[in-house]
Design a protein around this ligand. Structure first.
Ligand SMILES: Cc1cc2nc3c(=O)[nH]c(=O)nc-3n(C[C@H](O)[C@H](O)[C@H](O)COP(=O)(O)O)c2cc1C
Length: 167
């Protein structure tokens, strides 16, 4: 039995966080892209990470949480383009992520900023929706997650490991 870090990452930000977490785990722990992981049966604990898409988990993560992670002990990590200080709206979206994992025993959750990928930003800037355009214009997420955020992810992973006990 071991520990898995299962992640979904369309443009690389969540993958960076996944790698920072893996760096804190015992030898033999596994890093697995979510679309290639169809069971958690071989593991006694999993870190499960994905990006926020349209105010909740992306579609692949939704399916994984309800079909594969249900019934397992997990910790969630999420990246988003919004600043962590965004307050109520962001907290609601993160709550939607927790709810999507309601079938699992979730012992903790970490979130941090990732980068809004350039093609996505371009699409939003060309959108007919003035709110989406304004959001893209205000975006300053380039370079995220930065070293400080990756360090925080690593610290959080150590905390989670102390909660689940010796491995
Ligand atoms: C289709 C789409 C929808 C998104 N919706 C949100 C959102 O609702 N809130 C937010 O803060 N970021 C949103 N983002 C930004 C991503 O969550 C952010 O860039 C994330 O770090 C990307 O992770 P990845 O590189 O691992 O795919 C969205 C990105 C995409 C592509």
């Amino acid at each position: 039995m071991g520990i898995a870090v299962v992640y979904q990452s369309q443009t690389g930000s969540t993958k960076k966080v996944a790698e920072a977490i893996l760096g804190e785990l015992p030898e033999g722990s596994v890093l697995a892209p979510m679309d290639l992981c169809d069971t958690l049966e071989g593991y006694d604990f999993a870190f499960v990470g994905f990006p926020l898409h349209a105010f909740g988990p992306d579609e692949i993560a939704k399916g994984f949480l309800s079909n594969v992670a249900a019934g397992h002990c997990i910790a969630l990590f999420v990246t988003h383009a919004s600043p962590e200080s965004d307050g109520a709206p962001l907290q609601e979206w993160l709550q939607a992520c927790r709810e999507a994992a309601a079938g699992s025993d979730v012992i903790g959750m970490f979130d941090c900023r990732g980068q809004l990928a350039e093609p996505v930003k371009k699409q939003l800037l060309a959108s007919d929706d003035p709110q989406l355009r304004a959001w893209a214009e205000a975006d300053d997420s380039e370079g995220q997650p930065d070293a400080e955020r990756l360090q925080k992810a690593a610290e959080w992973a150590r905390q989670m490991m102390s909660l689940i006990g010796p491995h």
